[in-house]
Structures are given as C-alpha cells and as structure tokens.
Ligand binder design. Structure first.
Ligand code: ZN
Length: 70
C-alpha cells in the first residue's frame, strides 16, 4: 500500500542579497547564482522580504499582497 504525499515541499523566495533581484521560488536546499551580479544565493544569505500587509484605517478590508508564483 502506497502512501500519498499530502503536503507539497515548502518553497522559499530567492532574492539576491547583493542587488535585490528576484530569482525564483525554490526549495531551501537550492543554491543559485544571480544572473545579474553573479552572486551565489542560498537559503542562508537570500534577502528576505516580508509579505506586505495593508490595513486601511477606514475599512475592515485587509489586503494581502503575496508574491506567490505557481
Ligand atoms: Zn544579484
């Protein structure tokens, strides 16, 4: 009997810490070189960008901006 995987591997956003270029979404084990400046970007040194959250003062509406690419 085979088990089905119910969760997809968690990918992280790779952003060059040197020039800020968005590279790709990838698994944290991945290393990649920035095509713009040549820096190697790993899970340890990638620039982290917090998800921006805007909550208008005059509204109950919460708008989330996610940069997910599927
Ligand atoms: Zn770069």
């Amino acid at each position: 009997m085979k088990k089905k995987l119910s969760t997809a591997p968690l990918q992280v956003e790779y952003i060059c810490p040197k020039c800020g270029k968005h590279l790709a979404w990838a698994l944290p084990i991945v290393s990649m070189s920035c095509p713009q400046c040549g820096k190697w970007v790993t899970n340890e040194n990638r620039a982290k960008v917090a998800t921006e959250v805007y909550i208008p003062m005059d509204s109950d509406q919460v708008v989330l901006f996610n940069l997910e690419e599927n």
